[in-house]
Design a protein around this ligand. Structure first.
Ligand SMILES: Nc1ncnc2c1ncn2[C@@H]1O[C@H](COP(=O)(O)OP(=O)(O)O)[C@@H](O)[C@H]1O
Ligand SMILES: [Mg+2]
Length: 426
């Protein structure tokens, strides 16, 4: 069989992990990444086309005669990159625009959940600030206010009281701090419980369950400090029992895939189900229509088989015969973030010690905000590296990951020391 040429779209540690895993496939000949980063450039050819440049990405895929495009981030999916690629006759892993609304519009996601009978927090949708404010006053209890559109993880306020909820409505709907993304809001009941991410790969009808993972959104140990894009992850989290996993598949994934198919907008690609475990059962907080970051890093590290047939079959609508292929029983990833992250990350700090990481068994450092500078590397974004380790136990994965982290240095480096605490406490 001729080897395939793959285009990976994105520039983070997630895309580094996807390219790294795809390169292990005997069927992959070459990988091009747009735009990539300094770490990805060490394993693949990076081309400076932005993830927002849909025509540019289609032109690149065409001129490079790409066999399959794997799309990392949500924004190009929501703006129709997969539709444009398919119109040009190029296979792509990821949902088309209509199906990507599961992430692109929180109100749409809730509507689908209601239609599919998915367990999720009670909610109301508002296009009018006054009506939203009246609803909040009337409720008089903690509520969650969510901007409808894409906000790069900054569009949700978990309000502890009425005043906070009113302030969130004002900021989103009246001040438009998130632009048009806040013209409509979803107001939800506030749930309490541990959160997990569950990923499945879908072909429109069938799906391959991947695994659960747990992200750590707060900057500081003990889940304190400001929210971030994610400071680390591990898989599998023990809070996801086999029973909860079955419930996620039968009560969430299957009815949602069926509802999307029945509407004529089948979901293909990676579906990330954001779950809160409440009283031993899953409640869906949100859907993402692509792989999570840093979840992807631990999932790809654990995956044992050839990942190309999974993505390729999903893109072509034929997942029959593809089974999950886990190798490492545990993986844990620690994000190394720049000085000033998440508010004002500093760029230009020299990164040292990455060579020494290669001596630690079972560890790989995926790059996010790094760039080449004077023969070395320097920081170039908020999340700089995701140091990922596999292990026979979670403890072993954690030991290896932190051993590797301690060999890496850059000024102002921030990391959490307690990744996996929910599973490692005992
Ligand atoms: N109904 C809810 N009850 C309690 N907390 C919530 C609820 N919905 C969201 N959250 C909290 O807000 C975070 C962000 O919400 P989410 O829906 O995942 O949006 P996004 O990831 O797009 O910002 C969640 O990870 C969770 O901690
Ligand atoms: Mg989320």
């Amino acid at each position: 069989m001729p080897k395939k040429k793959i285009l990976v779209v994105g520039s983070g540690a997630r895309e580094h992990a996807l390219a790294w895993k795809l390169l292990q496939s005997p069927s992959v000949g070459e990988i091009v990444v747009a735009p990539g980063n300094a770490g990805i450039a060490g394993i693949a050819r990076c081309v400076p086309v932005s993830v927002d440049d849909v025509p540019g990405l289609v032109a690149l895929a065409r001129s490079e005669a790409i066999d399959l495009v794997v799309v990392g981030p949500e924004a190009p999916l929501v703006s129709g990159l997969v539709d444009a690629l398919e119109a040009a006759g190029i296979a792509a892993f990821g949902p088309r625009r209509e199906a990507a609304r599961l992430e692109g519009s929180k109100a749409f996601a809730k509507e689908i959940m209601r239609e599919a009978g998915v367990p999720t927090a009670g909610f109301a949708v508002f296009d009018d600030a006054e009506a939203a404010e009246a609803y909040v006053r009337e409720a008089g209890r903690p509520l969650v206010v969510k901007a409808d559109g894409l906000c790069a993880g900054k569009g949700v306020v978990v309000a502890k009281d009425t005043a906070e909820a009113l302030e969130a409505v004002r900021a989103m709907m009246r001040e438009r701090v998130h632009g048009d993304a806040g013209a409509r809001v979803v107001i939800e009941e506030c749930l309490v419980g541990p959160e997990v991410s569950y990923h499945v790969v879908c072909d429109g009808t069938r799906y391959v369950p991947l695994a659960a993972a747990q992200d750590h959104k707060r900057l500081l140990d003990g889940d304190r400090g400001p929210n971030t894009g994610g400071m680390g992850a591990y898989s599998p989290p023990p809070v996801v029992t086999p029973e909860i996993e079955r419930a996620i598949l039968s009560r969430v994934v299957e009815p949602v895939l069926e509802t999307m198919r029945a509407r004529g907008t089948p979901f293909r690609g990676a579906l990330f189900v954001g779950v809160m475990v409440v009283d031993g059962a899953p409640q869906v907080l949100e859907f993402n229509v692509r792989f999570g970051d840093p979840e992807t890093e631990v999932l790809m590290a654990r995956w044992g088989g050839d990942v190309l047939p999974l993505f390729d079959a999903a893109a072509r609508g034929d997942l029959g015969g593809i089974a999950p292929a886990w190798d490492a029983p545990h993986a844990l990833a620690v994000v190394l973030a720049a000085h000033g992250y998440p508010t004002a990350p500093r760029k230009g700090d020299r990164i040292e010690g990455l060579e020494a990481v290669r001596e630690v068994p079972g560890v790989v450092a995926f790059h996010a905000g790094t760039r080449a500078s004077g023969g070395g590397l320097e920081t170039a974004g908020g999340r700089v590296l995701t140091v990922t380790a596999i292990g026979a136990s979670l403890e072993e994965a954690a030991e290896r990951a932190y051993l590797a982290c301690d060999r890496i240095r850059f000024d102002g480096m921030q990391l959490r020391r307690d990744i996996g605490w929910q599973a490692r406490r005992s």
